[in-house]
Design a protein around this ligand. Sequence first.
Ligand code: FMN
Ligand code: SF4
Length: 414
Amino acid sequence: MDQTAYTEMFKPIRIGNIELKNRLAMAPVTTNYTQAGYPNEQLISFLAARAKGGVGLLVTPPAVNLFPGSPTHVLFTLLSEKAHIPLWNEIVETIHAFGAKAFGQVLAGGVGRQTAPGTKSKAPSRLPIVKIPPENIPKRSKEYEVRKGIPSLWDRYKDIPEPDELTIEEIEWIEDAYAKTIRLMKECGFDGAELHFAHGYLGDNFLSPRTNLRTDAYGGNFENRTRIFRNAIIKSRVQVGSDFVIGVRLTGNEHMTDGLTVEESSRIAKVGEESGLDYIHLTSGCWEAVKWYVPEEDSTMLPEAEVMKKTVKIPVITPAIHNPENVENALREGKTDMVSLCRPLIADPEWVNKVAKGQEKKIKKCIRCLGCLQRTRRALGLRCEVNREVGQERYNPEYHRISAPFSNQYCLPK
Ligand SMILES: Cc1cc2nc3c(=O)[nH]c(=O)nc-3n(C[C@H](O)[C@H](O)[C@H](O)COP(=O)(O)O)c2cc1C
Ligand code: SF4
């Protein structure tokens, strides 16, 4: 494609009352760059590099609000009390200083069924992951394991302890936790927030008929399965008002027998829109259908995006398209309103700037080996097989913020 043909991706777009300079976003990525629950300098610089790389929007890794007394997962970046504000504020100011808008992803309660081997979790129903079907495991990630000579990550997901079934009081606590963290996000200076209801984690476990077998007000029919989703949005709105952008990360198709279909997910998206959402950030699959969640080919989620776009009026963001030409075509054909990039920006934070300058041939391409996910799932810091600078950005002065005015507003918790 002629370089001058990349026009759609560089058109501005509005989400709620926020104007984005282009249609390219960084999708959230868990990095494990934390210290005792706080984001650290390593995370700030990692995000600085991606904001500097030209995206209009950066959706941060999840800000987590866990049950009181939860054994604190040392690798979570928490945002559940005012003491956590200063470092998140530093993240927002840094992203802004490098010219992007910042939305924060919010994960409340815990990870649901998608917990690590050996750790007990809480979920809507007592249904552990029992096995990842071999046909759903990305081939290149198996090749990576052979190349590295490491035991298979995927084989470990067969003896997950049965999760405890959440009580009604705990579910109401989760709804409030979403709202509390979103209010804290507004205080941090974020431009918006993204509720995590996606790809097999706790929120999504409620939405899916496959993983929610409850018979009370939070399970069974469509209305009951979406209750926590509606309440989380409504409670969040009460906390931040109508001006603050709230979106959701939502699975289009779970790709599992008896799981969420794209038709039902679109109905959920519609319910979200009617409850006050400003955008939908699509994803797909779940841990047992991981090849749909982190696909090996471009554009696998576009059919889901198209159905969703026919159902809602708010913008739809779609990930998993790495080739600039495919990104441009998806936008031009109206299949999605924005494209989010996760692995492409891990592999090359300058992806967007390179495309803008007509230097797409210089892009360091992600080889979809999933080495990044393999590491974070083994509790190690994010690294990339093709980009040795990942995790080391803090040593590169290019990513040190110098242009934004210093704000000491949040130096101490109020
Ligand atoms: C290492 C890694 C960590 C991820 N962490 C998150 C996360 O915390 N929250 C989330 O919603 N998605 C997460 N994802 C999914 C991505 O946001 C994205 O949807 C997926 O990688 C497909 O897009 P891509 O092909 O552009 O990478 C993660 C993906 C990877 C590879
Ligand atoms: S981002 Fe890097 S580590 Fe992750 S899949 Fe791509 S090349 Fe592999």
